[in-house]
Write a protein that binds this ligand. Structure first.
Ligand SMILES: *Cc1c(COP(=O)(O)O)cnc(C)c1O
Length: 424
């Protein structure tokens, strides 16, 4: 595989951009490929290589790249202006769509990223309850802000800094960590911190330490125990929203949180985030309430337009097909790893899947961390050489789009076979 132009661009980029990238997960050793363009399920790099893309920009591109309807609608919007600092009718249209789909959503505040959404949702929960402490799961990733960058997943874990320097302990001493899928741990911290916990924030399916599923009944347990203790339950559905089902994980599992955070898919490839939830809580936000939240680009008309066009295309067929594709690939990984006698556990749900090079069932962060990350990177490179791009980390999740058709899946399965042939 030729990567000469990428190598040269990386050397140039490193002079001006931190490690040549603008977000940590994008860097991998010895250097990442640089993208020229993308279409449907393919990425094309500057050296002329073509990859089947299962990273999909870390989640948003569920309709594939350069979706025609989104492009046309955005083009029209560009001519009409790109930021107004005034409300628009389109914000109502998208808010209504979100409310129709997402069970807990009675009102919406659009922001610019998932990070902003979780930051504001936590502030809202603290403001409403008058309590300081929050509960977060080991390995959960809720964006790159101070309160939640403790034992964090995604790039923080991949690059070995799940606790970031630069965050005062005064900030994180109010963040209580618990292992996922463990009922007793939650019971204990709630008992030990009675009437002090504002919220519990959870990724219903953990998508930033690979793909960890909740045990049966676990989310329902979280709903009950938070309700009993006056704790606001926040589902961070930045990955699972509009993905697990039309209404996200809360619809899929039939568990309704008080608040939810959305992002990624909602922007159709443009920056967006949203806080949604019960009216009585949402109305505590400024300007109707005292809890401050604001943004120059909140509800940006370009992102909102792309969001509207995206949700229109997420119909029953979309969920059926993307689920089927992820299932096929997960089954292929199970079969091939067994045949090559490589210890592995594979998980999939809806359009998400991941393989762990680990012989134990992966139920939480501690077990996920014991996976063979070196073997994962070999697997990653072997796949890349065979024209398949998965996220370059054991602790990310693969995604399927509506554009990954049978022929693409067939090619991918052949690449997986080739990748395992050379996997020690
Ligand atoms: C990606 C992600 C975020 C952060 O969203 P950004 O748009 O990258 O700020 C938050 N929570 C979860 C679960 C995510 O996967």
């Amino acid at each position: 595989m030729k990567l000469e132009k990428s190598k040269a661009l990386f050397e140039e980029a490193q002079k001006y951009l931190v490690k040549g990238v603008n977000s940590p997960v994008r860097y991998f050793k010895p250097y990442p490929f640089f993208v020229q363009k993308a279409k449907d399920c393919y990425l094309f790099d500057v050296d002329g290589n073509k990859y089947i893309d299962y990273c999909l920009a870390y989640g948003p591109m569920v309709l594939g790249h350069a979706n025609e309807a989104i492009i046309n609608a955005v083009k029209e919007q560009l001519e009409l202006g790109t930021a107004y600092g005034c409300p628009t009718e389109k914000e109502i249209i998208l808010a209504k769509e979100v409310i129709n789909r997402v069970p807990c959503a009675e009102m919406v505040r659009f922001v610019n990223s998932g990070t902003e959404a979780t930051m504001s949702a936590i502030r809202l929960a603290r403001g409403v309850t008058g309590r300081k402490k929050i509960i977060k799961f080991d390995g959960a990733y809720h964006g790159a802000h101070d309160y939640v960058l403790v034992k964090s997943g995604s790039g923080a874990l991949t690059h070995g800094t799940p606790n970031s320097p630069g965050i005062p302990e005064e900030t994180t001493k109010n963040t209580i960590l618990v292992p996922f899928n463990d009922e007793e741990a939650i019971e204990k911290v709630i008992k030990d911190n009675k009437d002090e916990i504002a919220c519990l924030i959870v990724e219903p399916v953990m998508g930033n330490v690979g793909c960890i599923l909740p045990k049966e009944g676990y989310l329902k347990f979280l709903r009950e125990i938070t309700e009993e203790n006056g704790i606001i339950l926040i589902f961070d559905e930045v990955i699972t929203g509009f993905r697990l089902a039309k209404g996200g994980a809360q619809e899929y599992y039939g568990v309704i949180p008080d608040l939810a955070t959305l992002g990624k898919i909602l922007g159709g490839g443009f920056p967006i985030g949203a806080i949604v939830g019960k009216k009585e809580i949402m109305e505590q936000m400024s300007p109707s309430g005292p809890i401050y939240q604001a943004g120059t680009f909140n509800g940006n008309p370009v992102s909102i337009t792309a969001g509207i066009e995206t949700l229109k295309q997420l119909d029953d067929k979309f969920y059926k097909e993307t689920t089927k594709t992820a299932e096929k690939l997960a089954n292929c990984l199970r079969e091939v790893s067994e045949r090559y006698n490589i210890p592995a556990k594979v998980y999939n749900i809806a359009s998400m899947f991941q393989i762990y090079f680990n012989d134990k069932e992966v139920l939480n962060y501690e077990i996920a961390k014991q996976s063979d990350t070196e073997r994962f990177m070999k697997y990653f490179w072997n796949l890349l050489e065979n024209g398949v791009f998965v996220p370059p980390s054991q602790f990310e999740c693969c995604f399927t789009s509506i554009k990954h058709n049978d022929e693409v899946v067939e090619k991918t399965m052949n690449a997986i076979e080739e990748a395992f042939k050379n996997l020690e």
